[in-house]
Every structure is written in C-alpha cells, then in structure tokens.
Design a protein around this ligand. Structure first.
Ligand code: PLP
Length: 419
C-alpha cells in the first residue's frame, strides 16, 4: 500500500508534469475539458476493482449491489438530462458507443451514410480503415464548398441513391448546428434509421442551448468528456422502445466485457452537475467565447493575412480556421500557438490541398477555458493572442506572457498536489 511516488516515481512524474502543463497553458482543443474534483474522486476510486458484467439487477457476478446504485443513478440522470426514455451508460468511449450503435442498427455489408471525415465527420462514421468502413458499405455526404455548410439536398440525393440502413448526423469538426428535422424526413423517406452522434455538442444540448436530437433520432450517442465535461466515456440514448434490448446486447456482450464502474460513477456525478445553473452558465460562456473568437478572427487585419473561418463563423463551441490562403499551414499554426501557450489541434478543412498530417486548418474550442472560469473579457484577450500569433512576424514571447497572465488568473485544481 505504498504511495505512487514510491512505487513508481516515473509515473508520479508524469502526473505532476501533466498537472503543471494543464495549469500553465490554455487548453483550446475543442474535444477536451477539465473534470471537476468530484468526478476525479469517483474515477480514481475502489470502484475500479469491481466486475459487473450484465446490467443492474441482472449481473453475471456477485457483489454488484453497491455498484448497481451508481449505474442506476447514471442511467436515470442521463434520461432526465436529455429527455430520453432509455439510456445505456456502459460504453467505455465514444468509439465503442458508436460500434455498439451500428451493431444494433445494421448488419455487416449494409450501407451507412455519414459526413465524410475530411469534411468534419468522425472515424466511426465510415472511415476506410475504421471498423465502420471495413464492416459496412459506406456512402458519404460533404459540405458545400461555397458555404462550408452541409447540403441537405445532397444528403437526400445520396440517401435516395444508396438506400442506407443508417443515416448518421454528427461531427467532430463543424461549426454549425444540424437540421435534425430534415435528417429525420430523409431517413423516413428512404426507410433508414437516423443515428445522431452528439459527442461534441451534448453539453450545449443538456443546457438547452442547442436543439435536442433525442426527439428526432432513433438513436443518439455521445461522449461524456467533451462539452459535458465528465469522465472519458460514452453513452447511448433512445426513445425507440424496439431498440432498447438491441442496444443493451450490442454493448454487452456485443462489444464489451465488464463495464468500468468507476467511470460510470463519474458519469452519474457529471450528469448531476449538468442539471445545475452553474453548468448552464458555463455552456453560455462556452458559446459566447467561440463567438468572440470568431469575431476577432474575422477582422480585417486577420483577413488581410489570408486567414478565414469555414462557414464564416460559429453557432457552437468551436471555430474552424481556414489557412488555405495564409502564409502558414495547420502544423505551423498549431506549433506557433503551442509556443504562445495555447493548445489546439490542426484540422483538415473541406477541399484541403495538404495531407492530414499537415492540413490547412485549425480547430479552436472554448469548453475547457469556460470550465476554467473564462468570461467575455478573457475570451477577448485570448482571441487577440490567437489572431496575433497567426499573423506574420508574431512576437511569440510577448504572446506567451499574456497567456501566462490568464492561466495564473484562473488556477486549476487549486490545492491538488501529486506528491
Ligand atoms: N464521435 C464524435 C463525433 C467524436 O468527435 C469523437 C471523438 O473525437 C468520438 C465519437 C469518439 O470518442 P472517443 O475518442 O471517446 O472514442
């Protein structure tokens, strides 16, 4: 029962180093967030010891009476939060939730229709070497090159042509809301299931700041660790009672063995917090932050440097910067911002001439900084730092000093010490 610092000083160093990095830099990767202390406690708990294959009240192992309470709470809270009649809270991650969704809705060889990866879709929506691209026949829709927006006429044409078993609405890099009614109408017209993957925007939905896909979709999946700000994991929701059993058996035993009960307890905590006024305030600051960044990056000085935003702005928690006409590529931009103390990821933009390891874009998100406490004033400051960093001849050292001031003003995990 020795502490980590004695058992494994190397890994203790990693924990300290990562806590320092998170404290001293500004996290703007759109899919990341900071879990509250209460979630850290649940995830780092003795619940990790428990095997609980099966579902509450129907387990294949003894001694599950305590962890059943956690899973029931997580399920009930997920249902309440998103207005769903059914929830499966066992998926270990977003990708495993999505594997279970396709397992429940389609047979290998069936056709699926999703947003293509290079236009902002996710790997699990049909990428060639992902399970989804290997097991299913993939048709993909994209965005209109003029507007940067998903073209619902194209979605309908492709659906009529390919007659997919499943239509997928959801994205990893797209700065606008989706039209769930239009997707539903197309799915009904061709007799397809509609699956919405709201991994990115679920926190906005929970706060009532984004349309809720649950009433429109046959199945909704989400991660819990992005805008929601819970532990790294996934869940699946449905209001289609015919699918409840199929989803449960697709998750276990279809995709997974024992559920991660410590993570499920952390999900229950995150869902409880997501029902509070503080959560709604955080999501409002997240949205305003993204708008402030979009406004700054649309000003003339930035436009003169050949920098643009796909779709011209945002109505979610991220912006997608288009560097195709700029002097720097996505990799250089990511590196420059890193030196300035801001962490983002490079991202392909639609019709990107550069390879995926370089790209001509950046994805910049505000959820983690909103969790840290940022409001309009701080987002204006960070937006200006980003703008200055991306323009030619940036004084990166001066910019780094400005991000340090912001990081120090909003201490992260105050009092947390890894010995
Ligand atoms: N779905 C979408 C839309 C995502 O953006 C992501 C993560 O990036 C996932 C699913 C997968 O989640 P995970 O990384 O937990 O497997």
């Amino acid at each position: 029962n020795l502490p980590l610092s004695q058992v494994d000083p190397d890994i203790a160093d990693v924990l300290r180093g990562e806590l320092d990095r998170q404290r001293n830099t500004l996290e703007m990767i759109a899919s990341e967030n900071f879990v509250p202390r209460a979630v850290l406690e649940a995830v780092g708990s003795v619940l990790t010891n428990k095997y609980a294959e099966g579902y509450p009240g129907r387990r294949y192992y003894g001694g599950c009476e305590v962890v059943d309470v956690a899973e029931n709470l997580a399920r009930d809270r997920a249902k309440e939060l998103f207005g769903a009649e059914f929830a499966n809270v066992q998926p270990h991650s977003g990708a495993s939730a999505n594997a279970a969704v396709l397992h429940a809705l389609a047979k290998p060889g069936d056709t699926i229709l999703g947003l293509s990866l290079d236009h902002g879709g996710h790997l699990t929506h049909g990428m060639k070497i992902n399970f989804s691209g290997r097991l299913y026949n993939v048709a993909a829709y994209g965005v209109n090159y003029e507007t940067g927006r998903i073209d619902m006429d194209q979605v309908r044409e492709l659906a009529l042509e390919h007659k997919p078993a499943v239509i997928i609405a959801g994205w990893s890099a797209y700065p606008r809301q989706l039209d769930f009614e239009a997707f539903r109408a197309i799915a009904d017209e061709v007799g397809a299931y509609l699956w919405v993957d709201m991994a990115h925007f679920a926190g906005l939905v929970a706060a009532g700041l984004h349309p809720n896909p649950v009433p429109h979709a046959d199945v909704v999946s989400t991660t819990v660790h992005k805008t929601i700000g819970g532990p790294r994991s996934g869940i699946i929701l449905t209001n289609n009672a015919d699918l409840n059993k199929k989803i449960n058996s697709a998750v276990f035993p279809g995709q997974q063995g024992g559920p991660l009960m410590h993570v499920i307890a952390g999900k229950a905590v995150a869902f409880k917090l997501a029902m509070t006024p503080e959560f709604k305030d955080r999501q409002e600051r997240t949205l305003r932050g993204a708008q402030i960044i979009a406004e700054r990056l649309s000003q003339q000085d930035v436009r003169d440097a050949g920098i643009a935003l796909t779709t011209g702005g945002t109505d979610v928690h991220l912006v997608l910067v288009d560097l195709r006409d700029a002097a720097i590529d996505g990799q250089q931009a990511e590196d420059l911002l890193h030196e300035a103390g801001i962490t983002v990821n490079r991202n392909s933009v639609p019709n990107d001439p550069r390879p995926p390891m370089v790209t001509s874009g950046l994805r910049i998100g505000t959820p983690a900084l909103a969790t840290r406490g940022f409001g309009d004033e701080e987002f204006r400051e960070v937006a200006d730092v980003i703008a200055q960093a991306l323009m030619p001849n940036a004084d990166v050292e001066a910019l780094r000093a400005r991000t340090t001031v912001l990081a120090e003003r909003f201490p992260l995990y105050a009092g947390l010490v890894y010995a």
